[in-house]
Design a protein around this ligand. Structure first.
Ligand code: HEC
Length: 330
């Protein structure tokens, strides 16, 4: 007979023997497979399970009370960061980048992967404030914005590696980091929250679900992502620091579309605004004030760019503005 296992016609191997051989091999494979995945699981139960994470109560942007371990972590793959809506520096960029990652992950959001952005300014960030902030960034299913008691949040921060002391360099105690974790396997990894979103989406998927799902890691909305246009200084800076909120000729996103902006606005104003939008707003610059009123909750962040960076970005914006046909009127 032909044994399915060996593929050879072998009269010495009876049908029964072939079956036994097949079952044995299958059993071996199963054992090998199980051992591979259960070792980290058993490990995780001890190290980073219920006993490790606090089960404190937090409140979502829709006012629902949830428990940190039972409702948010247990059995799930998660991405956790800390934010506060009054943050004028890096948080808006961080949230905008995560919103891009969310789009790249597509239907995996809320089924395979959950995002949690926890406020470190819980007195100000009520569920209503968080809801408005989330809406501004186009937050979809599977992404919760959380507030709660300050002490509980500090405990969560410490236990998730997202705690940072405040000092002169870091006055708000906010780290632009993401903790990516897979509670069932006990794998946790700290990442920069302001990496290239496509890199982040691929890292998150590979790290969290790659082992159980071998399909292409990026959902179909991958095609919708803009290509990273080379490493020329201006385009690189724009792609990494601005593109999460701005486009040229594709319509307003989190921030205004920038088609034609170098034509329509005064150069010195643009340079000043790109360098320190917060200062211009504080000085009640009329254009900055009008823009701020129009783009609701989100402010253009001060990205601490040097003069050289601003010059490179201006050059890039000149080229892009000229190339984008649908100029908007400001
Ligand atoms: C987190 C989102 C975000 C990021 C990142 C961001 N911006 Fe903005 N930007 C905005 C918002 C929102 C406004 C509207 C003004 C406001 O609300 O403060 C704006 C306004 C602007 C304007 C004025 C547009 C006009 O109509 O005059 C320019 C120019 C601009 N941004 C350039 C940049 C550049 C260059 C970068 C990268 C170095 C950047 N932005 C990064 C959100 C962002």
């Amino acid at each position: 007979m032909t044994c399915l296992l060996t593929g050879r016609k072998d009269p010495a191997v009876s049908k029964r023997k072939c079956q036994i051989l097949r079952m044995t091999l299958l059993a071996l494979l199963v054992v090998a497979g199980v051992t591979r995945t259960t070792i980290p699981v058993a490990h995780a139960d001890v190290l980073w399970g219920r006993d490790y994470f606090p089960n404190v109560q937090l409140i979502t942007q829709t006012g629902q009370t949830v428990r940190f371990y039972d409702d948010l972590l247990k059995g799930k793959s998660v991405v956790i960061n800390v934010i506060y809506t009054r943050c004028r520096d890096r948080c808006p960029l961080e949230t905008a980048k995560l919103a891009q990652v969310q789009r790249l992950l597509g239907s995996r959001m809320g089924t395979d992967i959950f995002f949690y952005s926890i406020s470190i300014d819980p007195d100000w960030d009520t569920p209503a404030v968080l809801r408005e902030y989330a809406e501004k960034f186009g937050v979809g299913p599977g992404w919760l914005f959380l507030t709660g008691k300050a002490d509980d949040i500090a405990t969560v921060q410490k236990k998730t590696g997202l705690y940072s002391r405040t000092d002169a360099v870091n006055p708000d105690g906010h780290l632009p980091s993401l903790m990516i974790g897979n509670e069932p396997t006990g794998q946790w990894m700290l990442n920069s929250a302001v990496d290239n979103p496509r890199f982040l989406a691929a890292t998150i998927t590979n790290f969290l679900i790659g082992w159980k799902n071998r399909e292409p890691v990026i959902a179909k909305s991958y095609e919708a992502a803009r290509p990273i246009a080379g490493f020329a200084a201006g385009s690189y800076l724009f792609e990494t620091k601005c593109a999460a909120c701005h486009t040229f000729g594709e319509g307003d996103g989190i921030g205004p579309d920038l088609a034609g902006v170098t034509h329509d606005r005064d150069r010195a104003w643009l340079e000043g605004f790109i360098k320190a939008p917060d200062k211009m707003l504080a000085q009640k610059d009329p254009i900055a004030t009008a823009l701020f009123a129009k783009y609701k909750q989100v402010v253009m962040p001060n990205l601490r760019l040097g003069d050289g960076d601003v010059a490179a970005i201006m050059k890039y914006m000149d080229a892009q503005s000229a190339a984008s046909r649908n100029r908007k009127t400001r």
